[in-house]
Design a protein around this ligand. Structure first.
Ligand SMILES: *Cc1c(COP(=O)(O)O)cnc(C)c1O
Length: 378
């Protein structure tokens, strides 16, 4: 009976951080205490850098205190200037790092299916001032990396990926962090893989990695030489230690989330007005997010109605990504930010809803969330 569904006793949030056993954490911290080395490329840091390089299948990797500083440094290290083409459908940091580098963001509309930058629309936005493309692998779904590279090669542009959502994603067995000139990943506590706060840049060019490492440490080459105006972007030993432990639990978390996503899909497939992205052939997914889109006409209720109504059942979804970056008051004056130029992005931003997903949930929880959702339908 659809009227009789009871809400959850305890609140169900969109995500919960992966929290490894505290004794395991304490053991590692004790080691750090004994070493008296808390930051600046210590043992944990070196170890994590190597591990992640292998795990992510990338040739070079640098760790950072967070993903935003990493992206800021990538733009700086690749000497971007003028205009950079990016997507308005992302987390604020993607565009903010351009602004912090005195670069004008140029918004490109997104693809209806993948919600990633629409590659067909990029070339029309290129001007004499364009120096790069900054796409995002939204919710871990890969951009069309080959076509983006082709455009970049044709116009002599750099490509930096915001791969904050794409930890562990592979395209035909290649690490996603290996594409473009550089890729940023975020290890924030809300991400499936985390170091409390943290991030990385990966790249195929070893000289670029050296530049990243100098830039994140004030440009200090040695005790005698400061070679560039750097900043402080270093990851500390506790962060790195947490990262090493969380990495051990990642495969398990990924499998749990895979099962939950498949449960969501089974339950919601065929519900009119509820859409989700299917898996893509050749792509190894990280199963980090489950995002639906609600078509108000077909479902009979708006996304905002569903979002509010879920709260009555103790279910807290999120409108990721809402609002659209191009509609923030301080970006909306840009000529590329006009709503008429970004029709798809402005449409999907009203439909998307990120659903609860973390390993501690079970299949019954997901079935119940789906039943609650279906009971809203008119
Ligand atoms: C989380 C996130 C960031 C920022 O990463 P931090 O590590 O929190 O600084 C950037 N871009 C996207 C798409 C994100 O989801």
């Amino acid at each position: 009976m659809k009227h009789n569904i009871k809400g959850f006793e305890e609140p169900v949030y969109i995500t919960r951080p992966l929290l490894p056993n505290l004794d395991q954490v304490n053991k590692k911290i004790k080691k750090i205490w004994t070493s008296k080395w808390l930051t600046n490329n210590g043992k944990q840091h070196q170890c994590l850098e190597n591990r992640l390089q292998d795990f992510l299948k990338v040739t070079n990797l640098s760790l950072f205190n967070n993903g935003t500083i990493a992206l800021l440094i990538a733009c700086r290290a690749l000497e971007l200037s003028g205009e950079v083409i990016t997507t308005p459908f992302s987390f604020p940091a993607t565009t903010h790092v351009l602004e912090w580098n005195n670069i004008t963001p140029v918004f490109c509309d997104v693809d209806e299916q993948t919600m990633n930058i629409n590659v067909d629309k990029i070339e029309d936005l290129i001007t004499e001032k364009t120096t790069a493309i900054l796409p995002v692998h939204v919710f871990g779904v890969p951009c069309d990396v080959e076509r983006i590279q082709k455009i970049a090669d044709d116009y002599n542009l750099k490509v930096i990926y915001d791969a904050a959502h794409a930890f562990g994603v592979e395209i035909n067995n290649q690490g996603i962090g290996e594409f473009g000139d550089a890729s940023m990943m975020s290890f924030h506590a809300t991400k499936m893989y985390h170091t409390l706060e943290g991030g990385s840049l990966s790249c195929s060019d070893p000289e670029l990695k050296e530049k990243f490492d100098l830039m994140k440490n004030f440009g200090i080459k040695n005790e005698e030489q400061i070679v560039m105006p750097g900043i402080n972007g270093k990851m500390n030993e506790i962060q790195a230690a947490i990262g090493l432990i969380v990495l051990e639990h990642l495969e398990d978390e990924r499998n749990k989330r895979k099962l939950l996503i498949n449960t969501y899909k089974k339950c919601l497939r065929g519900v009119k007005g509820v859409y989700f992205t299917e898996e893509i052939k050749g792509v190894k997914s990280n199963y980090q997010y489950f995002v639906i889109r609600i078509d108000e006409k077909e479902f009979g209720r708006s996304r905002d109605y569903v979002y509010e109504k879920f709260k009555e059942f103790n279910v807290f979804t999120r409108k990721y990504f809402h609002p659209l970056i191009s509609n923030y008051s301080f970006y909306s004056q840009l000529s590329s930010a006009k709503k008429s130029k970004l029709p798809v992005a402005n449409n999907i931003v009203k439909k998307v809803l990120s659903m609860p997903l973390y390993g501690e949930l079970n299949v019954d929880d997901i079935n119940k969330i789906c039943d609650i959702l279906k009971s809203f339908k008119r």
